[in-house]
Design a protein around this ligand. Structure first.
Ligand SMILES: Nc1nc2c(ncn2[C@@H]2O[C@H](COP(=O)(O)OP(=O)(O)O)[C@@H](O)[C@H]2O)c(=O)[nH]1
Ligand SMILES: [Mg+2]
Length: 208
């Protein structure tokens, strides 16, 4: 039997990867959400699969260093992500980069505005992934937690800042598939299921 194509879901700890995975599952009760957890310094890459789901889901940590883990461990995990994707990128039909919208301002202030020589880790992650042939969608998750005004402000700051790295982000609604340099983004809430049908629709389009 031919192996199912894989959907990549990548992002730092606590951004909502497991919640989003659950929303895509035909039988969410069978999915406990512990699969993506990486306990030691060895990256656990285990596809989440359900017979009623036409693709596998692979959940990977982002480049962020979660508080209880050391920077060195972060570097080690990053290397394993690089090795995995260099070897397996052809298995992926689509990739979701999950970003917690509540964390963007701090990250950009710390790494971009105060210190021009460092690159924000989420920019680095997007830049790194854009070098593979995997079509990407950036999800700004947890928009239920902020006002519309703040949401617009933060997304604008993100798009303007990441432009300096040659990355051109556009709203999925304005996304033109022909323009290879554009990366679409979607405002999202796993909690309130905001834009869930849009997400499912675009995944389906790339699957076909
Ligand atoms: N308010 C809000 N909370 C969310 C959303 N998505 C996830 N969460 C919460 O954020 C926490 C981490 O989510 P989880 O899916 O485990 O993130 P993961 O570590 O990336 O897999 C959980 O408490 C979720 O309930 C969202 O869109 N809005
Ligand atoms: Mg998780």
């Amino acid at each position: 039997m031919k192996q199912k194509p894989s959907l990549l879901i990548i992002g730092n700890s606590n951004v909502g990867k497991s919640s989003i995975t659950r929303l895509l599952m035909p039988n969410p009760r069978k999915f406990k959400g512990k699969i993506g957890k990486t306990p030691g310094s060895t990256l656990l890459i285990k596809p989440i699969t359900q017979s009623a789901l036409p693709y596998n889901i692979v959940d990977l940590p982002g480049f962020g260093y979660i508080s209880q883990s050391s920077r060195r461990r972060g570097e080690h995990i990053k290397k394993q992500i690089v090795v995995h994707l260099e070897k397996h990128y052809e298995d992926y039909f689509f990739g979701l980069i999950i970003i917690n919208i509540l964390r963007i301002e701090d990250e950009i202030k710390k790494y971009f505005i105060q210190n021009k020589r460092t690159i924000p880790l989420s920019f680095e992650l997007i830049q790194f992934l854009s070098e593979f042939k995997i079509p990407l969608l950036i999800l700004f998750n947890k928009i239920d937690k902020i006002s519309n005004l703040d949401k617009e402000k933060i997304i604008t700051l993100f798009i303007q800042s990441i432009k300096e790295y040659g990355l051109n982000l556009v709203n999925l609604n304005d996304f033109n598939n022909e323009k290879k340099s554009e990366i679409p983004y979607l405002e999202f809430s796993a909690l309130k299921k905001i834009n869930l049908s849009k997400l499912k629709q675009i995944i389906q389009e790339y699957l076909n």
